[in-house]
Design a binder for this molecule. Structure first.
Ligand SMILES: Nc1ncnc2c1ncn2[C@@H]1O[C@H](COP(=O)(O)OP(=O)(O)OP(=O)(O)O)[C@@H](O)[C@H]1O
Length: 577
């Protein structure tokens, strides 16, 4: 039963393989646009110049071998332009050969530069596309993704896509050169050349059939790279605690195991490549011997036979390159498939980004809104009205649904039941974008990137005036901290803000939020690393803001909630306050 189903499964896997390869090529062609055609034209021109140089070998060898000016049509041609002596004819032919070689060198340079740029731009374009897709995807989908998967895709796998594109181009260049060289061989000795070309085509077909296995190795490589990235980021994330407890050994051992698996995949692929190369070397030397023997037996002229040998010798380079390129292309193809899968997962519900429209002024209102996560935790149907400028505290046990509530208010999650109204109006896509632009959300781990304090506060916007930055720092209680630093606002905060304490990082994150002059300020345990006196003073300054934004603050500390106009308690996904 299995035996009868095998051919059809081979056919369907070949269809899938070539469907995927076709999608890659189509993607590359769409990206390249007109540049692809000019590159192909350059590739074809380079192949023709190469062929012309090879063709010139025939009369040169003819003149050298026969020493009387040769027997070919070129002799008559050279005679007709007044070059009669063998030495003169050889000089003219060699000059033409050198000119063709020079032209070839310049065309090859232009071709290679153009193709390298195209390949580099393609990798960059793919990387940007992933980032755009991520930026436009709904939070619910992004939250479900593994960070290691994304990091692995935008670093390692995009580079593999770039390499695949390069091999695809190199393979096409070699194929074009092979076609021109094959055509020359056919002109010189049709029977012999066609036989050898037929053998090459059969060999090429066998190579293509083996590519399914190469792609399987490439798929396992994507998996191994993902695991390695996950292990490395987990290691770095947990290194401080592990070092403190002298438990780094476990991390190192796990990393070494994954590393061995990545290396195993690479060696598996390289072994296949080396095997194919060995086969190719044996095959091409046998073929060379066959050309000489058959040519000699068929009494092909010495000049033609030497030129044929040179052409077939020259053909082995492009033929080997095609074989290697095909293998490398299919090895990298799963990287393209993995990126495409990610894009499909993220963009299946992502609509184009609308132009933001600010929602009307007025209250923030949840009407019977609920959101339950896959495990059943979250927020049960809730109705809540928050007036403009209100300072709301939210408290409750861990896992009660506090963060889920603010995720609904900020539209990071959409209610599964019920709705969110702002100023009495529901939010369409444009108003949702406008709403997000008008709010500031500060999570507990207040994210800082490895740059200056100024850039961390302004997120790169040059239009923020320095006095506004200092005012935001003052409100967050960070002005004196920054003023004490040698480079003040231009001091670097280190990776994820490691040059600062936890409380200092939280103050900067709050300053950044205030700098946005938000309509809604959400503090999700955003001040819990700040000392009690510092937090009290900070909350007093926030409460005294005039005009005051609506503030929604999640906190477990009763003393932090004293400043709030109203405190809501959530338990098991339900409001009770
Ligand atoms: N992405 C998710 N997938 C599955 N379950 C989730 C997800 N996010 C939250 N939950 C679950 O939903 C429930 C509510 O989570 P939420 O983060 O809103 O709680 P919380 O009150 O903010 O908790 P804490 O005070 O510990 O931060 C928890 O049981 C949590 O495990």
């Amino acid at each position: 039963m299995n035996i009868s189903s095998r051919p059809s499964s081979i056919v369907s896997s070949m269809i899938a393989l070539w469907g995927s390869a076709g999608a890659f090529m189509g993607n590359f062609a769409r990206f390249s646009g007109r540049r692809l055609w000019t590159s192909i034209a350059l590739v074809a021109f380079a192949a023709i110049v190469d062929g012309a140089g090879l063709l010139l070998l025939l009369p040169i060898i003819d003149v050298v071998v026969s020493r009387d000016g040769g027997h070919l049509h070129t002799k008559a041609l050279l005679d007709s332009i007044g070059v009669h002596s063998p030495m003169g004819q050889l000089a003219v032919l060699l000059a033409a050969f050198v000119c063709a070689a020079l032209l070839r060198a310049f065309v090859l340079y232009a071709r290679d530069m153009r193709l390298a740029l195209l390949q580099g731009d393609f990798a960059e374009h793919e990387r940007n596309k992933i980032m755009r897709t991520l930026a436009g995807a709904p939070w619910v989908r992004i939250a479900a993704l593994s960070h290691a998967r994304i990091t692995s895709l935008i670093s390692v796998e995009v580079n593999r896509i770039g390499a695949s594109a390069q091999f695809m181009i190199q393979g096409s260049v070699s194929l074009m050169m092979l076609v021109v060289q094959g055509a020359l061989a056919i002109v010189l000795a049709p029977g012999l050349a066609l036989t050898i070309i037929a053998i090459l085509v059969v060999g090429g077909g066998a190579i293509m059939l083996a590519q399914g296995r190469i792609r399987d190795i490439g798929t396992r490589m994507v998996d191994a790279n993902h695991k390695m990235m996950g292990s490395a980021t987990g290691f770095l994330g947990g290194l401080k605690a592990a070092t403190a407890q002298n438990a780094q050994g476990g991390f190192v051992e796990e990393f070494a195991t994954i590393q061995r698996s990545v290396r195993g995949r690479q060696i598996e692929f390289m072994e296949r490549q080396a095997r194919a190369k060995r086969l190719f070397a044996i095959g091409s030397s046998l073929m060379g011997a066959a050309v000489v023997l058959t040519g000699y037996a068929a009494t092909v002229s010495p000049a033609t036979l030497i030129t044929l040998v040179l052409i077939f010798g020259r053909m082995s380079g492009p033929a080997l390159m095609i074989q290697q390129s095909v293998q490398n292309f299919f090895f990298g193809l799963p990287a393209f498939e993995a990126i495409r899968n990610l894009e499909t997962e993220l963009s299946s519900s992502a609509a184009p980004m609308p132009v933001p429209v600010p929602p009307p002024p007025g209250a923030i209102e949840l009407q019977g809104a609920s959101f339950l996560h896959p495990g059943g935790g979250g927020l049960r149907p809730t109705s809540l009205r928050i007036e403009p400028g209100e300072f709301i505290g939210i408290t409750g046990p861990s896992g009660a649904g506090k963060t889920t509530l603010v995720e609904l208010l900020t539209t990071l999650q959409e209610p599964q039941v019920g709705r969110l109204l702002i100023g009495g109006e529901p939010l369409d896509a444009a108003r949702q974008a406008g709403w997000r632009e008008s709010l500031a959300y500060v999570p507990q781990e207040g994210f800082l990137f490895n740059d200056t304090i100024r850039r961390n506060l302004t997120w790169g916007s040059a239009s923020v005036a320095e006095p506004a930055i200092w005012e935001a720092l003052r409100l967050a209680g960070a002005d004196e901290i920054v003023a004490r630093l040698p480079a003040k606002l231009d001091s670097l905060v280190g990776e994820r803000g490691t040059a600062l304490s936890g409380g200092e990082r939280q103050r900067l994150a709050i300053a950044r939020a205030l700098l946005r002059d938000p309509r809604l300020l959400v503090l999700d345990e955003a001040a819990n690393a700040i000392d009690a006196a510092g937090e009290k003073a900070l909350l007093e300054r926030l409460a005294a803001l005039d005009p005051r934004p609506t503030i929604v603050m999640i906190s477990h500390r009763a003393e932090s909630l004293i400043r709030c106009d109203r405190v809501i308690t959530i338990e098991s996904g339900q409001l009770s306050g």
